[in-house]
Write a protein that binds this ligand. Structure first.
Ligand SMILES: [Zn+2]
Ligand SMILES: [Zn+2]
Length: 108
């Protein structure tokens, strides 16, 4: 049994606590997910007191959300007339430049 060997190795190397895979329920989506022995060890080494509340998918989603949703608006570049994608809503009273032209205006 490979898994058992791994546990014994952890035991003998660290000489204390033995971790076993644990199934937890994600509080975000309600799905079961596995808090693996490796992750438990990782948490313990860093002194985390709490078990993870969310499955990996939800944690990744939250990380992505924390970075902020990137919404792009399409406008016409006031300089070259090409389609320009801008991270803000284009205002009619201000010219919008594509990234190329915008870079040029900043160089000047
Ligand atoms: Zn989840
Ligand atoms: Zn342009």
């Amino acid at each position: 049994m490979k898994a058992e060997r791994k546990y014994t190795q952890i035991m003998s190397k660290r000489g204390f606590k033995m971790y076993e895979d644990k199934t937890l329920v994600c509080k975000e989506c309600g799905d079961d997910f596995v808090f693996t022995s490796g992750e438990q060890e990782f948490y313990a080494e860093r002194g985390f007191q709490n078990e993870p509340q969310r499955c990996k998918t939800c944690r990744d989603n939250r990380k992505a959300a924390a970075r902020g949703p990137r919404e792009y608006f399409t406008a016409i570049c006031a300089d070259c007339g090409n389609e320009a994608k801008v991270p803000f809503e284009p205002k009619t009273d201000r010219p919008v430049y594509c990234s190329d032209c915008f870079a040029k205006t900043r160089e000047m």
